[in-house]
Design a protein around this ligand. Structure first.
Ligand code: SAM
Length: 365
């Protein structure tokens, strides 16, 4: 079986490592490939069937897709691949011709192997890149081709709101994918614990990638701009045994973070502090790790205040940080200046896709 796993762009290596770890635990042969056909934010897994023994001693097949959906902290979706194909030059093609190619391709695929005709289905589509067709065009065309193919076997049922089976059709640049979306309509990064929705919250998958970059070893850990608590909560959910602190200037967000932590079942494991990160040393004496999604200014409105905020914060961080810091922001110039002027060294830099932007991520010590 081939699974296409989706995640944020720029963290495919962490998603791959997590999947390798999870599949090794299952003891099945597998192969994992980052960015199949060059597509960012995607990881391909080829995996054999896995089995478990039930309580009556019977050997049963274990659904690898369910296993990944339940355990991954870095993936967004788990898609069973039906077919992937490169459509050369589809990017500049006129809509009629582009849609015809997609329709003919889908019509040739044995979709009846993936859905019972008696089950309702819907097509969800995703498109990225320069095309003359829209994602709605793709969903309609693919839906029609699947319907017509299934008609050979009975009376297919479409249910756009509550389908039993979701087909996922993606056109990313020249690469087209059709698969069964086993995750459902809500991406895995939308955590069920999120009862308070911060306007600039970080995707939980990215929070986990930042935690991986920090490599916390049990020492005290702080998110000094914790907002709704995504980073501390995800760290606590990983079973972190060290001290975890979330600092936030605005009471409303701090209360929201506490509500989220309560709903995640980890409120006891996190110290939430109301306070200003530009006075960090008044709140904590020393921490080993600081990981944060810094205020960008784009969403909070006052972009001109960012260079001073970063300079003051990194000045304070220099007084308390013992090991590593990991920070994500769109404000490249302001953060690099603040890092360097306060005596830190950039150990690693990468771009991560978040909210349609590629955002700068730094590991410092
Ligand atoms: N990672 C968070 C989440 O997932 O909810 C979002 C963090 S948001 C980009 C930045 C947060 O920093 C906002 O909640 C904002 O209120 C807070 N903030 C801004 N200035 C601050 C300061 N001086 N000290 C502490 N927090 C501050």
């Amino acid at each position: 079986m081939r699974l296409i796993l989706t995640t944020s762009r720029g963290i495919e290596d962490f998603a791959r490592a997590e999947v390798e770890r999870l599949l090794s635990d299952l003891g099945v042969p597998f192969r994992v490939e980052e960015k199949p056909l060059g597509v960012e934010g995607r990881v391909l897994v080829e995996v054999d069937k896995a089995f478990y023994t039930d309580e009556k001693g019977r050997k049963r097949e274990l659904s690898v897709s369910t296993y990944l959906n339940e355990r991954s902290r870095l993936l967004h979706r788990v898609i069973v691949e039906i077919a992937s194909e490169r459509f050369e030059e589809i990017t500049g093609e006129e809509p009629e011709r582009a849609l015809k190619r997609i329709e003919e391709f889908v019509a040739s695929l044995p979709v009846e192997r993936y859905v019972k005709v008696s089950e309702s289905f819907a097509v969800r589509s995703f498109r990225k890149g320069e095309h003359k067709i829209t994602s709605v065009d793709i969903a309609k065309t693919v839906g029609k081709a699947i319907f017509e193919r299934l008609e050979r076997f009975g009376s297919p049922k479409v249910n756009l709101d509550h389908p039993a089976v979701i087909f996922r059709a993606e056109l990313i640049g020249e690469v087209f994918l059709l698969g069964i979306d086993t995750t459902g309509d809500s991406s895995l990064h939308k955590r069920p614990w999120r009862v308070y929705d911060h306007p600039a919250h970080l995707k939980a998958s990215i929070a986990n990638a930042l935690i991986e970059l920090a490599e916390p070893d049990g020492g005290p850990f702080i998110d000094p701009f914790c907002g709704s608590g995504t980073i501390p909560i995800e760290l606590a959910l990983r079973g972190y045994e060290g001290r975890i602190i979330g600092l936030e200037k605005f009471r409303k967000h701090l209360n929201g973070a506490k509500m989220n932590a309560l709903s995640a079942g980890v409120l006891e494991g996190i110290e939430f502090l109301l306070g200003d990160a530009t006075r960090l040393s008044e709140h904590v004496e020393s921490v080993d790790f600081a990981v944060s999604n810094l205020p960008y200014g784009l969403k909070i409105g006052r972009k001109s205040a960012i260079p001073k905020l970063y300079m003051d914060f990194f000045g304070e961080l220099a007084k308390v940080l013992e090991k590593r810091g990991v920070f994500i922001t769109t404000e490249k110039k302001a953060i690099e200046r603040a890092i360097e002027e306060n005596g830190f060294e950039i150990k690693h830099h990468r771009l991560i896709g978040h909210g349609g932007l590629m955002v700068h991520t730094y590991v410092i010590d």
